[in-house]
Ligand binder design. Sequence first.
Ligand code: FE2
Length: 182
Amino acid sequence: MKPFLKLDWKAPFGAEIAQCATLHHRFSKKQKYNKDLPDEYTSVPTESLSLSEAFASQAIAIVPAAIRGLEIPQAFLIRMAATDAIKPVLPAHVDYNRTCGINFYLEAGGETTHYYEWDLASRTLHETASFEASQGDCWLIDTSIPHSVSLKPNQQRLILTLSFTKASFAQVSACLREAGYV
Ligand SMILES: [Fe+2]
């Protein structure tokens, strides 16, 4: 099974929602997977932004009941700032305290998410799959296995995410198929 799944689902808000969000956390993912990032790449930090209670509950309200039965997800924004570099990248990482997420791409265009297998013996990554999300797309992604994002120079990326901490990618994707979102 691929670690991502394109969904037939539209975001309940547009990118303007970011104006009412507040910076929650800034991650600069230093993990074993990205210790040897080649020099030509510039590592870009990720920010999570909290939504107001009203917007967060509006986002969660669109989730089918079968998924809410598994786990009620958290709704927040993920932003990767525009970076003036030739090869900006969100280096390979696994997400802390997050099994999978339903991502609505509010601002995107041409970035590629890469998935890897971590080879324990050689301590290196081997790419296994990748996908490109366009603005307006919705994808369920497995965040528990190593992934990275090749960003575009000077282009911000903004995602509304419904984030799960317990339900697995397989469980959530089965529910989404059942509910007709695939
Ligand atoms: Fe991630």
